[in-house]
Design a protein around this ligand. Structure first.
Ligand SMILES: Cc1cc2nc3c(=O)[nH]c(=O)nc-3n(C[C@H](O)[C@H](O)[C@H](O)COP(=O)(O)OP(=O)(O)OC[C@H]3O[C@@H](n4cnc5c(N)ncnc54)[C@H](O)[C@@H]3O)c2cc1C
Length: 474
């Protein structure tokens, strides 16, 4: 135990005495740093932050919050745009010091502690030519991403991260520790694969590994914005029957303001295609050639590179600092009218830094049945995400309104299923959660009743316990 100040001892002495890690209180020097999350719009002031060193610490913190009726937030990588990793006047169970990663003796899976980032995982697995489907920005946390989906560069070949969750070590709402897998607590294992942080704190994930790299072919081509409607149509048609190795996205964004680019291109809005071939790089180069010649590109940065480098390549564009409001929606298809609306709305982004991206899903993702995991329906092949990004608080309202209007305008092409890892500020509430889980929602309510009847884990796409089941002990 390392107590940071007298105040921490006075206000949370029983917990501080139990922890092997740190208890950080408001008047401790590290408090402001510890309460900060990736989205700088979020400015919450927890009563204390328990920076846990191990699963026992996590259990002690969860019990402490329950005994005192303190609101509870759980922090993995702190990357959730809605800022659910922190809470005003409550206790943060912070796993950011629990980042161990090791490959299983079998070589088929990797064990990842609950506060690890994707950089921590890739560092261990990529040099061996292995990967589990994870985030495309290395500083994103494994935990939040892995519990609500997980859309990677290898998604069409290997499925989502939830599809690769073999087992999880979990601290439940009453502080008990269990393992969830196909054999142990299978209902919890099912719920964790898409149900988010609703059911407990995962202290360790076991994720399936796949052959990948060390080198991969990466698609990264920018075309003039004026060609956006045509490029997106041609891309849609070209990838409709693409092999599973190919996962791509169509996007509208602005080229970075960096010296490596010719002056005329810096900051220029463009339509782009990005993605990766999860297989032989030479084959990937051949398979994507047509996508790089749809019209004269502004710049084509497609190349065969180390997977590890690719996984870090977006980091400079997604640093903590700006203000963010993101929303995502699965589209039933990507018809011409949806493309035109996407292009038209993207052209009037209030901020040049805002990214509008349509990910091609399908492949292995769609071959998993809706009832097989809590994630639910996977029939949609297209996910639209509006990643609004700006710098000045004075622009908050206009950027949030823009994102919401865009999202609403896309609803006619969707059955309303949202992607919970890009959640805005979770303001849609229960109805959106219910709609997105569809037929799985009722089962999730029952499992919630069994594992977290008092809804201690509620800073998420919240599922409420079915009243009749309350108190049932799993
Ligand atoms: C720059 C950036 C890039 C991204 N790229 C991708 C991507 O490529 N693919 C993709 O699918 N998503 C991506 N995301 C979205 C990402 O999946 C979510 O933001 C996710 O919530 C991040 O997880 P985290 O652990 O960092 O989040 P945190 O903010 O720490 O936690 C979010 C929530 O997850 C739950 N949680 C966290 N840790 C635990 C735990 N140990 N046990 C139980 N519950 C826990 C809690 O409910 C918590 O409120 C990206 C996000 C950002 C900001």
């Amino acid at each position: 135990m390392h107590v940071r100040s007298n105040s921490a001892v006075e206000h949370a002495a029983p917990l501080a005495a139990r922890l092997r890690g740190d208890l950080i209180a408001p008047d401790d020097p590290g408090y402001d740093e510890a309460r900060r999350v990736w989205n700088r719009m979020i400015d919450k002031r927890p009563a204390a932050i328990a920076r846990c060193a191990d699963a026992e610490d996590v259990a002690a913190a969860v019990r402490h919050a329950a005994a005192r009726g303190l609101p509870l937030a759980v922090r993995g990588g702190g990357h959730n745009v809605a800022g659910t990793a922190v809470v005003d006047d409550g206790l943060v169970v912070d796993l950011s010091a629990m980042r161990g990663v090791h490959i299983d003796a079998s070589g088929r899976t990797v064990h990842v502690e609950g506060g690890a980032t994707w950089a921590d995982v890739d560092r261990v697995t990529a040099p061996l030519g292995r990967a589990t489907p994870g985030g495309v920005v290395s500083e994103t946390g494994v935990a939040g991403l892995a519990l609500s989906g997980g859309v990677s560069h290898q998604r069409r070949r290997d499925g989502m991260t939830v599809d690769n969750l073999v087992s999880a070590d979990v601290v439940l709402a009453d502080g008990r520790r269990v393992r969830a897998s196909a054999e142990e607590h299978p209902d919890l294992h099912w719920a964790l694969r898409g149900g988010g942080g609703n059911f407990g704190v995962v202290t360790s994930f076991e994720l399936r590994l796949h052959q990948l790299g060390p080198q991969v072919f990466t698609l990264n081509v920018a075309y003039p914005l004026e060609a956006a409607a045509r490029v997106l149509r041609d891309w849609r048609d070209a990838v409709a029957d693409a092999p599973d190795e190919l996962s791509t996205a169509g996007l509208i964004w602005s080229l970075p303001v960096v010296e490596e680019l010719p002056a005329g291109l810096r900051g220029l809005p463009y339509v782009g295609l990005s993605g990766m071939w999860a297989g032989d790089p030479a084959e990937g180069e051949r398979a994507t050639r047509g996508l790089r010649e749809l019209t004269a590109p502004l710049i084509d940065m497609s190349a065969t590179i180390d997977y590890l480098d690719f996984q870090r390549s977006l980091d400079p564009f997604f640093g903590a600092g700006p203000r963010r409001y993101w929303k995502a929606l699965y589209l039933d298809g990507f018809p011409g009218a949806a493309i035109d609306a996407t292009v038209e709305r993207s052209a009037r982004r209030p901020s040049n830094d805002t990214l509008v991206i349509v990910r091609h899903c399908g492949g292995a993702i769609s071959r998993v049945g809706a009832a097989e995991t809590a994630f639910g329906d996977r029939s949609s092949e297209w996910m639209l995400s509006v990643d609004s990004t700006w710098h000045d608080p004075i622009d908050d309202a206009v950027n949030i309104a823009y994102t919401r209007e865009f999202w609403n305008a896309a609803l006619p092409w969707s059955d309303g299923k949202t992607y919970f890892n890009f959640p805005g500020l979770f303001e849609e509430g229960d109805a959106a959660v219910r709609d997105s889980y569809g037929a799985n929602h009722a089962r999730l309510e029952e499992i919630k009743a069994a594992y977290d009847p008092d809804n201690r884990f509620r800073l998420n796409q919240n599922i409420r316990a079915v009243a009749a089941q309350r108190g049932g002990r799993p």
